[in-house]
Design a binder for this molecule. Structure first.
Ligand code: ZN
Length: 172
C-alpha cells in the first residue's frame, strides 16, 4: 500500500461506500491511518488496518505457496517468499484458548470486573492459524475452548474492531 507515501488518498471514491462506514473513505492517507490507529501503523500492519476500516479481517497469505501466517510479517514463514498478500478471511473458527482478565491496562470498552474475556481462535482457513480478540454477546461461562465462533465488529476508538461471537448467537 502507500506506507511511506503520504499522497495515498484517492479522490472521488467516497460516494459508493456502505452507509455504515465509520470512516467515509477507507482509502485514507497514511497520516489519517496513523491518527486512527495511534502507534499501530507500520509497513506490515498498514494494509490490515485499512481492511479494518472496511470491516474486513485480513491475514497475510503467501501468493507463492498459499500458506497463511499471523501476525503479519513481510516474508512467508513456509517458503520464504516475499510475495505475501493481506487477504480476507471469514473469521469463522474454533476457540483454541480463552483467558479472563481481572486486571489490565485501561482501555475503551474493556471491563475487567466481568472479567474481560480474551480468546485465541484457530481460524478455519488453516490449522494453526490463530487470531486473538474478545468475545461479545455471551456470558463468560459459555466462552469455552472448542466452541465455534464467527467474526463480528464493534466500534472502539471510532474505528471498527474485529471481535468474535459464539456461532449461532444473533448479531448486535
Ligand atoms: Zn510461501
Amino acid at each position: 500500500m502507500n506506507v511511506g507515501n503520504a499522497g495515498g488518498r484517492t479522490a472521488g471514491s467516497m460516494n459508493n461506500e456502505p452507509a455504515d462506514m465509520s470512516v467515509a473513505d477507507a482509502d485514507v492517507s497514511d497520516e489519517e491511518l496513523c491518527s486512527l490507529f495511534p502507534g499501530a501503523v507500520d509497513r506490515d500492519s498498514a494494509a490490515h488496518l485499512r481492511g479494518r476500516l472496511r470491516r474486513r479481517l485480513l491475514i497475510n497469505r503467501c501468493a507463492e505457496c498459499g500458506t497463511w501466517h499471523a501476525p503479519p510479517k513481510p516474508v512467508c514463514p513456509s517458503c520464504l517468499s516475499e510475495h505475501v498478500v493481506a487477504t480476507p478471511v471469514s473469521g469463522a473458527g474454533t476457540i483454541f484458548m480463552a483467558v479472563f482478565l481481572h486486571q489490565g491496562p485501561p482501555a475503551e470498552g474493556v471491563d475487567y470486573s466481568t472479567p474481560y474475556p480474551v480468546v485465541t481462535v484457530e481460524l478455519d482457513e488453516q490449522p494453526g492459524l490463530r487470531y486473538s480478540s474478545t468475545v461479545v454477546g455471551s456470558p463468560n461461562e459459555e466462552i469455552q475452548i472448542g466452541r465455534r465462533v464467527e467474526l463480528d465488529w464493534i466500534m472502539r476508538g471510532n474505528v471498527p474492531t474485529p471481535v468474535f461471537r459464539l456461532a449461532g448467537k444473533s448479531r448486535a
